[in-house]
Design a protein. Structure first.
Length: 620
């Protein structure tokens, strides 16, 4: 890398740290200002911030590995979440905002109210705010080490008197942080990557802990623009290197591919030509969006919804988020994933786990070998920005659980019988960022591929989605139903991970078991107190099925129609443009690829006024 490349990185670091300082005064007032930006976000701001968080530094590596190992169709397990994002926006997000809570864990006591709800609040704060949150952060840190290795060469910059002690510590700990843990100089590389990771984490920790959500959102928007510019340039140079899209399709037939996957299977958007298609896999792709734990926005999606200034803004946020995340991001990553499969030959002598890790690493190798001076700096900065935009959100979100639901609710109010001052809570929040950071770093040292960590995270939350949605839509839902679902998800998840090899069957097993357990608890323990349900309904005005003339099924119907039509429009654009760009095989019944692509694009366009009119017909 040149001095210009490093100057671009330094400029980004200065902007991020300055953003934290600018937001410090407002963020220091109280928890609502710190964690929810005073509930002042515009819809486009919240939507772009969510998209930046999910753009992530680890995701392009994951996408590259999935395309190489299983083909484009395997990405539907990520794309299908577009339905979840839209459902949250059209149906649930306005309810999150009206609930006026600080975290989704706090919401459990508001919705249920009995003693089991107190246990549920504490358990969710620890389980999701710490274990799940830190697992997600850990694979982001794992990816960060891979990204930094070729570019941030600290062993060339630092004197031996400073660098060698760090190498000695790395040798003593005996945990390699390197793309290739078998290389001769693995501990020197580990020491260099550790310094890079520390520097990246320090900058992110500084602005997110000092400036709160305002600083997070402000930097997220800048980071997202930088990431899209960098990824567009990377895609351009990859496609140019293989000779254009037409030549890409020809060369794909000639190169060795992982596990003998066919070219048509690599490029397939539809199940008819996809690799290893089974009914269980197809069913998972269809229902995964509703069985996972973010189905109602639980987590940072709910946080962004609660931070919006109006119900209308929560819906705008969901639309902006979905199209940015699913359509625009994917159309840039698809040619990169296919092109890298051609440029860097596959070593099929590796076992499956090492092969996937190897294919994931080609994304970073492509950045290092294909990009010219200046562009390389933009791309590296974009990847660091992607890392920061994910880390800052998860630190801020995780700290909200520790501060509001553990320290304030249980340590201060329940145990010490006192109310902490707003400023004291902000300082606890900042300290919580640091503890979450340390835990995530420790977990990251135990990973061998991003794909593996991602699969584990899916199992941790499988089956909770329907239960979390029911608490908004159905008066019978109770706290024991949620508790049974969470415990069952953990038990069934452990069983599935150890005794079921197929990931699709694992998810179905865990999801079905958790839902059945929840339904048993719902009917065994009965609904919450009628008075509490009345108060909840009057304040939140949830759509759905509420007893004693409290039903709002019209808004639910409009929300579902808007979700399905907007989702169909989104997927039509994705498959139409993506198939035409990659020359993917059309379904057997389609006359030609051109007619197939144009038809899908036309359907996507004519559906736009439908979901716009229906989706916003009930705004306040």
């Amino acid at each position: 890398m040149s001095s210009l490349d490093y100057a671009i990185i330094i400029a980004f670091v200065l902007y991020a740290m300055t953003s934290g300082i600018r937001s410090k005064t407002k963020a220091s007032k109280n928890l609502e200002e710190y964690f929810l930006a005073g509930r002042s976000l515009k819809g486009w701001q919240a939507g772009l911030s969510m998209a930046a968080t999910q753009f992530a530094a680890d995701t392009p590596l994951l996408i590259t590995g999935l395309i190489a190992m299983n083909g484009v169709f395997s990405l539907w397990q990520i794309w299908i979440y577009g339905l979840s994002f839209l459902f949250i926006g059209y149906v649930i997000a306005p309810c999150w905002r009206r609930a006026q809570v600080l975290t989704d864990a706090e919401f459990t006591e508001m919705r249920y109210g009995k003693k089991p709800a107190q246990f549920l609040r504490g358990f969710k704060a620890i389980y999701f705010g710490t274990l799940f949150n830190c697992t997600v952060l850990s694979w982001v840190f794992f990816a960060a080490a891979k990204i930094a290795e070729p570019f941030l060469t600290w062993h060339l910059w630092l004197p031996d008197s400073l660098f060698q002690p760090i190498v000695s510590v790395a040798q003593w700990i005996q945990i390699p942080l390197a793309i290739d843990p078998t290389q001769v100089n693995v501990w020197e590389v580990t020491a260099s990557n550790a310094i890079s990771l520390f520097a990246i984490v320090f900058v992110t920790f500084f602005y997110s802990s000092v400036g709160g959500l305002r600083a997070v959102v402000r930097t997220d928007i800048m980071q997202l623009g930088l990431m899209f510019l960098a990824t567009f340039l990377f895609a351009f140079f990859v496609v140019d290197h293989v000779g254009g899209f037409a030549q890409m399709r020809i060369l794909l037939d000639q190169v060795p591919k992982p596990q003998d996957i066919k070219s048509s299977e690599v490029l397939a958007f539809t199940p008819s030509a996809a690799k290893g298609m089974s009914w269980s896999l197809l069913m998972v792709f269809m229902v995964q969006w509703i069985i996972q734990l973010n189905a109602d926005g639980t987590g940072y999606l709910a946080q962004r919804s609660m931070a919006c200034r109006s119900d209308k803004d929560t819906k705008i946020a969901a639309i902006v988020f979905s199209f940015t995340q699913i359509l625009f991001r994917s159309l840039l990553w698809l040619p990169i994933g296919v092109g890298l499969l051609i440029i860097f030959p596959t070593d099929n002598s590796l076992n499956a786990s090492m092969l996937q890790a190897s294919r994931e690493a080609t994304f970073v190798r492509g950045m290092s070998e294909l990009l010219p001076v200046g562009v390389k700096g933009i791309m590296v900065t974009g990847m660091l920005a992607a890392l920061a935009s994910t880390v800052d959100t998860h630190l801020n979100w995780g700290a909200s659980y520790w501060t509001n639901d553990i320290f304030k609710r249980f340590i201060c109010q329940a145990w010490l019988k006192k109310e902490p001052s707003p400023r004291a809570l902000v300082w606890v929040a900042r300290f919580s960022n640091l503890l979450i950071l340390v835990i995530a770093l420790l977990i990251s040292t135990q990973l061998d591929s991003i794909g593996k960590a991602w699969q584990i995270s899916l199992l941790m939350g499988a089956g909770l989605g329907p239960v979390l949605i029911l608490r908004w839509l159905w008066w019978r839902m109770n706290s024991m139903g949620e508790i049974f679902a969470i415990v069952s998800s953990i038990v069934f998840g452990l069983l599935a991970f150890n005794f079921i090899d197929d990931q699709a069957q694992r998810l179905l097993f865990v999801g079905f078991g958790s839902l059945v357990s929840a339904l048993v608890a719902i009917y065994s323990f009965g609904p919450e107190d009628a008075e509490l349900l009345d108060r909840f309904y009057e304040k939140v005005q949830p759509p759905g099925f509420w007893n004693r003339n409290r039903s709002d099924q019209k808004n639910l119907k409009h929300g579902l129609i808007a979700t399905l039509t907007c989702g169909l429009s989104l997927f039509c654009f994705l498959v139409s443009i993506g198939s035409f760009m990659l020359t993917s095989p059309a379904p057997r019944w389609a006359p030609s690829l051109e007619i197939w692509s144009l038809s899908l694009f036309f359907i996507g366009v004519i559906l736009i006024p439908v979901w716009l009119r229906i989706g916003f017909s009930t705004n306040d």
